[in-house]
Design a protein around this ligand. Structure first.
Ligand SMILES: NC(=O)c1ccc[n+]([C@@H]2O[C@H](COP(=O)([O-])OP(=O)(O)OC[C@H]3O[C@@H](n4cnc5c(N)ncnc54)[C@H](OP(=O)(O)O)[C@@H]3O)[C@@H](O)[C@H]2O)c1
Length: 244
């Protein structure tokens, strides 16, 4: 017997890494998935893999380059055109360019802000009017997660514009939290330390020294399960041995 579907989850950057692990966690718990990333082939491969594993849920995917404001808005329009309730939005897409303010390549800040901040800002703004009209007071869910980073909380070597953009995303998340209280839409800023994903392949870092993508997915899922009157405002998770 098919289990009851428990919500619609929109995840950006879902083709691999944290986004894929989060998608899998919600799929295991009978949620429909609406996924995006840039590379079409990788995205559809992930969609097919999840659909084979979880045949009873609906999974839809569409590629967008969210670093372009018009594409971030287009992703929002795509979701709106599906006519679904928007239960959980996970702004996860992001990119890391190492560097230092004093010598990183010209344009690095713009590139980091485009992909790590404006992506979430424009997509969220496109979806908010509909979310704000939904009635979340009766126990159904309205929740936005923003994938910040430990680099949103402290400066570190080789952080440069990446860290600046993640501080800005944390500011976005804090402001949204204030604005959405009265609309019963929860907002959670997620601040992971190092998590072993493709970004770390070839870095020489031992996989077991840092966290697994599943650790972050478990924390996000758990935070989405509280009563309507409780909000986890911040999730800070670090490797047991601390930051690298
Ligand atoms: N891994 C860590 O240690 C760590 C720690 C703290 C925070 N984070 C944050 O967690 C998020 C996910 O990180 P991850 O390690 O899972 O990264 P990842 O393995 O590199 O995956 C990034 C995902 O985002 C998508 N993406 C990248 N640029 C995009 C764009 N312009 N438009 C749309 N989608 C885009 C990628 O797909 P395409 O390339 O096909 O677009 C991919 O699906 C990021 O925001 C990252 O900053 C990661």
């Amino acid at each position: 017997m098919n289990k009851k579907i428990t919500g619609n989850i929109i995840i950006t950057g879902a083709s691999r890494g944290l986004g894929k692990a989060i998608a899998e966690k919600f799929a295991e718990n009978n949620h429909n998935l609406y996924l995006s990333s840039r590379n079409e082939m990788a995205l559809y491969k992930t969609m097919e893999e999840l659909q084979t594993k979880f045949p009873s849920i609906t999974i839809k995917a569409k590629p967008f380059d969210l670093s372009k404001s018009e594409e971030a808005k287009a992703m929002g329009e795509w979701i709106l055109s599906l006519g679904i309730s928007i239960d959980i939005l996970i702004n996860n897409a992001g990119n890391f360019l190492p560097g230092n303010v004093h010598d990183e390549k010209e344009g690095t800040l713009e590139e980091m802000i485009n992909v790590n901040l404006y992506s979430a800002y424009h997509l969220t703004r496109t979806l908010l009017p509909k979310m704000m009209k939904q009635d979340f007071t009766t126990g159904s869910r309205g929740h936005i997660f923003n994938m910040c980073s430990i680099a949103s909380l402290k400066a570190y070597g080789n952080g440069g514009s990446y860290s600046i953009s993640k501080f800005a995303l944390a500011g976005f998340s804090k402001n949204l939290r204030e604005e959405m209280k009265q609309h019963f839409i929860k907002v959670t800023a997620v601040y992971p330390g190092a998590v072993y994903t493709d970004s770390w392949i070839g870095s020489g870092i031992d996989e077991k020294r840092i966290m697994e993508a599943r650790d972050i997915a478990d924390m996000i899922f758990a935070s989405s399960q509280l009563s309507p009157q409780a909000t986890v405002e911040e999730i800070i998770v670090r490797p047991q041995l601390g930051d690298l």
